[in-house]
Design a protein around this ligand. Structure first.
Ligand SMILES: NC(=O)c1ccc[n+]([C@@H]2O[C@H](COP(=O)([O-])OP(=O)(O)OC[C@H]3O[C@@H](n4cnc5c(N)ncnc54)[C@H](O)[C@@H]3O)[C@@H](O)[C@H]2O)c1
Length: 448
């Protein structure tokens, strides 16, 4: 038997090849893996082929896309044009058992992310999962724990591709180099507002080409309505992500991108306390207006900080009255003893305190500047073939997404919560622990 026939053995071989300095591109692909599978290509399944899935086509075209999965069969012809020969599936559980898979790219609804990602890791696959990787505290923790147990074997990447914008590194460098002095508070916000009264009323029946029960997947059943699917490519998530059973609203949507801008700069772990407030609770729809505060202990380079998330019209106080944070749309602000750094995804602005002469802050030498990350999706595929290192793995992004989910828990609890991040438990209000997990439909276990 060819010792390199199984994906696990091939990955192990590729890892040791890269560790010993043997460049992957010089491997004799046909003799190693057979003519159909050049050594430098991974066998990948794309789950959710339209919408956000389209944004992955470029990076995927450098690999072997062997399986395509979508609940909407009408999406297959276009995908097959790009990836001819791939086998099509409408059930991701069957797709994950496609023989010879190395990696999976998950672009489905938020309410299926944790399931697909966990099942994929259980099968030893590398996982790229669109944000947010999980909707509940428990999902984020279980995915992270699973990844940490396998991180010498697989690569993971959460789909926060803005992380590759060089401004993310510049912001981190400025905070670490003391541009604002001693950091004390971080404010992050997003102003997207999508208001809905409740789940859509049932309307019509799904076309025979649309597998609605698969779309519902692990979530409680809600009647079909075509308006859940009426959005444009890559924006259809805005038709369903505000409903509690399908998403987490802006917390998991733009919040995952914008908090990443701050998270990348503050080296924070779990918060020790969380409090949140927002509009009146709606059992169907996540809050549009929300403010959540998270207390973080000191680490080895900074003192304790408070991180705050604002959405839906809630905003932190602007550092100057001529600055309109609402116009900035999605941004982060870092407050320290010597000034404030204001940033959006692409730009930054330092506002030193009135009496500061800025001599405390030395701009770093060119050779110490963080090199560009390059293409974010390609970073994942490169990691799968080499050192398994990605910038937004399920460890880094898992804790951040867990924190964002905790914001919604504190909002629902309506009181300040103390949190034991090691145990993943609320310590001052045990009854609130029930809100840390989601209930799944029968037959849809998270761990399958
Ligand atoms: N990283 C980003 O910038 C970014 C941008 C947009 C969307 N997203 C994320 O991408 C995901 C998809 O968003 P979208 O707007 O493309 O949504 P969408 O509703 O258009 O779904 C994308 C595709 O997945 C398919 N699909 C849905 N559930 C499925 C399932 N269980 N099994 C197989 N196929 C399934 C749909 O039929 C569709 O073809 C969301 O999680 C969203 O948060 C990320």
């Amino acid at each position: 038997m060819n010792p390199l026939a199984s994906p696990q053995n091939r990955r192990q071989f590729l890892k040791s090849a890269s560790a010993t300095g043997a460049g992957l591109l010089i491997l004799p692909s046909t003799t190693l893996f057979g003519a159909a599978t050049p050594s430098k290509k991974l066998n990948v399944a794309l789950i959710g082929v339209w919408g956000r899935g389209l944004a992955h086509y470029n990076a995927l075209s450098a690999e072997n896309v062997v399986a395509l999965c979508d609940v909407n069969e009408l999406r297959f012809p276009e995908a097959l044009k790009k990836f001819p020969g791939a086998k099509t599936y409408t059930d991701w559980r069957k797709c994950l058992d496609h023989k010879g898979l190395d990696a999976v790219v998950i672009c489905t609804t938020d309410h299926s992310h944790a399931h697909v990602a966990m099942w994929a890791m259980n099968r030893g696959l590398h996982v790229y999962c669109e944000k947010p990787i999980g909707m509940s505290v428990e999902e984020c923790r279980l995915l992270r724990a699973k990844y940490l147990g396998m991180k010498t074997k697989i690569a993971t990447q959460a789909g926060t591709q803005r992380h590759a914008i060089p401004n993310f590194s510049r912001v981190r460098e400025m905070i670490r180099d003391g541009a604002v002095g001693d950091l004390s508070a971080v404010f992050v916000w997003g102003n997207r507002q999508l208001r809905r009264p409740g789940y859509l009323p049932g309307e019509g029946t799904p076309p025979s080409t649309f597998h609605y029960d698969q779309w519902i997947g692990p979530s409680p059943y809600h009647a079909y309505n075509p308006n859940y699917f009426s959005g444009g490519p890559g924006a259809n998530c805005l038709q369903w992500n505000m409903y509690w059973d399908f998403g987490t609203g802006q917390v998991g949507d733009m919040g995952n991108h914008t908090m990443d801008l701050a998270w990348n700069a503050i080296d924070a772990g779990h918060p020790t306390a969380i409090e949140a407030k927002g509009e009146a609770f709606n059992p169907d729809v996540t809050p549009v207006e929300l403010t959540a505060h998270f207390d973080h202990p000191a680490n080895d380079w900074r003192g304790p900080i408070r991180v705050s998330w604002y959405q839906g019209g809630h905003l932190p106080t602007a550092p100057k009255n001529y600055i309109d944070l609402n116009k900035l749309g999605h941004g982060a602000m870092f407050k320290g003893s010597k000034g404030i750094l204001l940033a959006d995804f692409n730009s930054r602005m330092l506002i030193p305190s009135g009496d500061s002469d800025l001599t405390y802050y030395k701009i770093r030498n060119k050779e110490k500047v963080t090199p560009p990350l390059g293409d974010f999706q390609e970073e994942f595929f490169r990691a799968c073939k080499t050192d398994l290192k990605t910038s937004c793995n399920f460890d880094y992004n898992g804790v951040m997404t867990e924190q964002m989910a905790l914001g919604l828990v504190a909002y629902r609890a309506g009181k300040k919560l103390e949190y034991d991040g090691k145990a993943g438990r609320i310590t001052n209000a045990p009854e609130v622990n029930a809100l840390l997990s989601r209930k799944y439909r029968d037959g849809w276990p998270l761990n399958g």
